[in-house]
Every structure is written in C-alpha cells, then in structure tokens.
Ligand binder design. Structure first.
Ligand SMILES: [Zn+2]
Length: 374
C-alpha cells in the first residue's frame, strides 16, 4: 500500500463516519493533526507546484501551523493540481462577478468527499432520513448550476433529498412557486421542509410574502440554510441578527435556531454549517487557523487574522490555502453541547490594509506554472 492510499482511507473513514461532531475535542484535535500533516506530506509528493512553492520558503519551522499556504488569488492565475489525480471531472469556478475567477480541479474522489462533507454538516441541523425531508432550493438545479461554485454546492442536496429548485435558467427565482412548494409540503405531508439558498433570495422571498400578505406557518417544521453571502448585492445586506428575525417572522418559525448559515468558498472542499446556537463548527478533516496579515505568522485562538486552511478532503489539488477573509478561530464547548473548533468570518480583507497583507495576497506571481511571491 502506498503512503497516499493509507491517507485516503483514513480521510474517508472520518468524512463518511456518523456523528463526527459528537467526538471530544481531544479526539477531533488528534484527527485534525494527523490528517492535515499527512495531507501536507502527500501534496509535497504529488503536486510539484506546491513542492516548489513550499521549498521557496527555505528553512521552515515544523508543523502544519507554519507550513506555507497558497493564497487563494493564485488559483486565478494558474491551474494547480496534483499530478496523479486522474480525470478532472469538474473545473469549479468562483462566483466572482468581476475580474478573474478561481479555477479548481476536482476529480471524482474530491467531489465524493465534498458530498460527504455536505451530508456530514447537515447532521448539525438534525438527522433526517431521505423520506423525512423535502428541500426547496431558491437557486438553480444541479445541472443548470454549471461550474459556478455555490449554486453547485447547494444543488448537491438533490443527491441526498428530494429537492425542488425554483430558479430558472435565466437566473429568475420563481417566488410564487417557492411559496406554493412550501405551503403544499406543510399542508399535505408530514415532511420537514428545508429551504436553502443565498441570503438575497431569502430577502426576496420575505418581501414577496410581505407584499402579497402571504402567511406561512412553519412552526417547528422548517429549517433554513443560507450560503454564498451577499456578493454584489452587499448594498442590500441586513445584519445577521435582524436577518434571522426577518426569516423567522415571514416563515412563521418557532425559533431563530431554525435559521442557519453555511460557509464555503470554491478553493475549500468542505461545507461549514452553524449549529442551533449559530456557531460554525469546523469538521475535523479541516484544519483552520488565523495568520497575522502583516507577516503571515500563525496567531492563537480568538485572535483576529487571515483565515488559513488545510483541507484533507482535497485529493486533486492542494487545499492548503490562505483566504482573503478575516476571521476568528476558537475552540471548546459550544452552548449546543458539542465540543469542537469554531470559526467566524468577520470581513473580507480590505485591499491596502495597514501592515500590508498584500505580502501574500496581492502579489503572487505565476511563471511557467510556478507560484512565487515578489
Ligand atoms: Zn454549537
């Protein structure tokens, strides 16, 4: 057995196991340390672009917290993949509306693990069998989502539960159809109703219900999950607490704990979902840390910094990255009773940020497929 095949089976055991969020913090830490360290070793062997990038840092301190991570901007400039990953089934594109898009190569194994991560994260909502949940997706179906990332991830629920997608190929959300689907499921079935989509789609749904005096009595039978952020509609952005209350009101929910948010970006292969106390629990195959924006040195828990990741679910490319999100990582016991590592996105990096996070983020250069900083 080769080194990488040992790693694959360990990673898959974790991703496809049940109740991963119920492990103790020590167990989760042990898994995270082992998988992320194996992932770095494996990518050094399997991805020459990452190996050269890593080596360009010279003598390094040991450990995953110090290992060089690729700024996500780099994926806009070069196709970075592991050399032995076989067929790339999907080149996934970031949903960016201006400028270059990140292009991420995913093989079958990486896509299967992404689906495993969606399934696993949904356990933070509640455990449903296939016949107990109906999903209404305020986005395109999986096929129409094409290569654009967040609609594609959301559309993956189609593979797990019966899903009605109410966005047509022109990008229009059919709000009256969404309302019909919701009310029909509540009135004629015993199913729990999951409503998923980007925040602006929920805003449209609530406005539509308000303007047309539509009453929905979701009580405890609806759970909503937003994802993908506000993007170019940031002018419409509503503070999170107010946003939850709005959804709770218009869908007639018993509690704001039924309103959840999820996080992902195209360079990450893992979906991170909020628990009922609105904390984003990080699954143990994903190492997350914060780094100082000025010199990229690792910061401790509860310190604001650039979010860095080692995603062990990535097989066809190195998911060893620094994002351009500023956030906080913490750990311990959540009010929901689960132990774990939690992350919070605070804001995007402001370009020209004092101290020059541009060190890494604005100035990666790719020459003949090699990643360099200047
Ligand atoms: Zn929690």
């Amino acid at each position: 057995m080769t080194h990488s095949s040992i790693k694959l089976s360990k990673t898959d055991d974790v991703i496809f196991s049940e109740n991963i969020f119920d492990l103790s913090l020590e167990q989760q830490d042990m898994i995270t340390n082992e998988l992320s360290s194996d992932t770095v070793t494996s990518m050094l062997e399997r991805c020459p672009q990452y190996e050269k990038f890593y080596s360009s840092f010279g003598n390094l301190r040991e450990g995953v917290s110090h290992c060089p991570k690729i700024p996500t901007t780099t994926f806009k400039l070069a196709d970075i993949k592991s050399s032995d990953c076989g067929v790339i089934e999907k080149w996934c594109l970031s949903s960016g509306t201006s400028g270059l898009q990140s292009r991420i190569p995913r093989n079958r194994l990486t896509l299967d693990r992404l689906l495993g991560s969606v399934r696993s994260s949904l356990q933070l909502l509640r455990e449903w069998h296939e016949h107990e949940l109906k999903i209404i997706h305020l986005g395109p179906d999986n096929e129409s989502a094409g290569d654009v990332w967040f609609p594609f991830v959301m559309g993956l629920t189609e593979l797990l539960y019966p899903t009605a997608s109410v966005m047509d190929s022109s990008g229009a959300i059919h709000l009256s159809t969404a309302i019909e689907e919701i009310n029909d499921a509540l009135a004629t079935t015993n199913l729990h109703v999951g409503i998923i989509g980007p925040p602006f789609a929920f805003l449209q749904l609530c406005k539509f219900a308000h303007q047309n005096n539509i009453v929905i009595k979701g009580l405890d039978r609806i759970t909503t999950v937003t994802g993908g952020g506000w993007k170019r509609l940031s002018g419409d952005m509503i503070p999170q607490v107010q946003f939850r209350e709005m959804i709770c009101h218009y869908l007639g929910l018993n509690s704001v704990s039924q309103v959840r948010d999820a996080f992902n970006q195209v360079e990450l292969n893992t979906l991170i979902i909020e628990c009922e106390h609105h904390r984003k629990h990080v699954p143990p195959w994903l190492y997350v840390q914060t780094l100082s924006p000025s010199d990229l040195q690792p910061l401790g828990d509860n310190q604001l910094g650039l979010l860095g990741y080692i995603d062990s679910s990535c097989d066809s490319y190195p998911g060893i990255i620094i994002s351009d999100d500023i956030g906080i990582v913490s750990r311990g016991r959540c009010d929901c009773g689960r132990y774990g590592v939690f992350m919070e996105i605070v804001r995007r990096v402001e370009r020209g940020f004092q101290g020059g996070c541009a060190l890494a983020l604005d100035r990666p250069r790719v020459t003949e497929g090699e990643i360099r900083f200047v």
